[in-house]
Design a protein around this ligand. Structure first.
Ligand code: SF4
Ligand code: SF4
Length: 393
């Protein structure tokens, strides 16, 4: 077994600074020492900062976990640490600052001396994956180091959540935030079928590969994640050197078969992980917690089709069976975030019957590719994803 396939797991019941700090230190001490870390390293930590939400909403990586990882890096002698992510929506300084503030990252940076990324630059990186994608546009702090930019070490600090499109959001899915702002919906548009989208995510993770993964599974999200699900306390922290092996462990914890999670299934098919991970720390804690699946789960048929049939048959099957996003107009505040993130731009804001000047969002059903970006980005959970009559059971 590759030493990268070791996953460490330890209990940590709550986000209390001393407890999280001590657990992260013990957790990372269980993994083989990484000689690449030192005073000359440029490290980028990549939390999940999906949207402007407070830490207790369970949508973003908790700041105490990020703080503990940065403190551990400093103990290893690292001096240059940047916190970076490209959240959903536009990639602007104003949007980043608002999210850093709401998610608690601004405070973490002030307390630890880490740098909050405000560099909006990006680079084109040749894909090191399967060939499905030729190259990726990647935000500068997650690009390979070049003098005073980029980094030579990436720490993926993900949040365990369920996900309407990819079933599970863990180490691999978190790296989608290396693509700048509104280029992300374009990837959804280019790869509308779940199987292809997951293949793109695995390619991306093979290209922008974290050297270390830490999972915030103290409070997780189950059901209609990644932003409208329910909070679920698991009281765990996990870590590993391989994002693919970590996701196998997260499947085990969530109670999902690896075949149910397309990124895990495809990574296994590419030989990037297997079921034989070595679990250290308190392995008995890595047991099936039966996280609630998203309501959209289990309706991807395209993965079972031969590649040449997918573009046409996948479209037909998606139109027939994939759940549709639905807007609850009573909840909608007309903010337009769904329209901004909709890859085929099929959402319009129209005048609301609730008063002059008020608007609500409306989905143009014909062009909807069922990517659920709108559901993911709605700040007030006004968009639900419900199965159609054929797939309801
Ligand atoms: S309406 Fe929602 S699910 Fe449909 S394409 Fe737009 S963002 Fe994706
Ligand atoms: S559905 Fe949600 S994201 Fe879209 S306009 Fe309404 S409140 Fe905003």
């Amino acid at each position: 077994m590759d030493k990268r396939d070791t996953v460490a797991v330890l209990p940590c019941p709550q986000y209390e600074r001393a407890a999280v700090g001590e657990t992260v230190e013990r957790l990372l001490g269980l993994l083989p020492r990484d000689g690449r870390l030192g005073p000359h390293s440029r490290v980028t930590v990549k939390p999940n900062l999906l949207m402007k939400r407070a830490p207790n909403a369970t949508t973003t990586t908790h700041p105490e976990v990020v703080c503990a990882v940065i403190c551990w890096l400093k103990q290893q002698g690292v001096r240059h640490i940047t916190i970076a992510d490209s959240p959903g929506g536009p990639y602007t300084k104003q949007a980043l600052m608002a999210i850093y503030r709401a998610s608690g990252m601004e405070r973490v940076a002030a307390e630890t001396g880490a740098v909050l990324n405000l560099d909006l630059g990006s680079r084109e990186i040749k894909s090191a994956g399967s060939g499905l994608v030729g190259s990726f546009t990647v935000i500068e702090p997650l690009c390979p180091r070049e003098k005073d930019s980029g980094c030579d070490y990436i720490v993926d600090i993900c949040k365990l959540k369920t996900h309407c499109m990819t079933t599970l959001s863990g180490a691999v899915k978190n790296m989608f935030g290396s693509i700048p702002g509104l280029l992300k919906p374009r990837m959804h548009y280019r790869y509308p079928q779940v199987e292809d989208f997951a293949g793109m995510l695995v390619d991306l993770c093979q290209t922008v590969t974290p050297h270390l993964v830490v999972v915030d599974a103290i409070e997780t999200m189950e059901g209609d994640g990644p932003s409208s699900g329910d909070k679920r306390q698991l009281g765990l922290l996990l870590a590993g050197a391989s994002p693919f092996a970590v996701d196998v462990a997260l499947c085990r914890l969530a109670g999902f078969a690896p075949e149910q999670v397309p990124t895990v299934r495809l990574a296994a098919a590419r030989g990037l992980c297997g079921d034989d991970i070595e679990v250290v720390g308190q392995p008995q804690l890595l047991c099936d917690r039966q996280l609630k699946l998203p309501r959209s789960a289990s309706v991807d048929f395209t993965g079972r089709l031969p590649g040449f049939l997918r573009p046409v048959a996948g479209k037909v099957l998606t139109a027939l069976f994939a759940p549709r996003p639905r807007i609850d107009v009573r909840r909608c505040i007309g903010c337009g975030k769904c329209a901004e993130s909709c890859p085929p731009q099929t959402i319009r804001l129209v005048p609301s019957s609730r008063g002059r000047g008020k608007e609500v969002a409306v989905i143009g059903r014909k062009d909807c590719i069922r990517c659920y970006c709108c559901h993911e980005m709605c700040p007030v959970s006004a968009i639900s994803v419900s199965k159609n009559l054929l797939t309801r059971h």
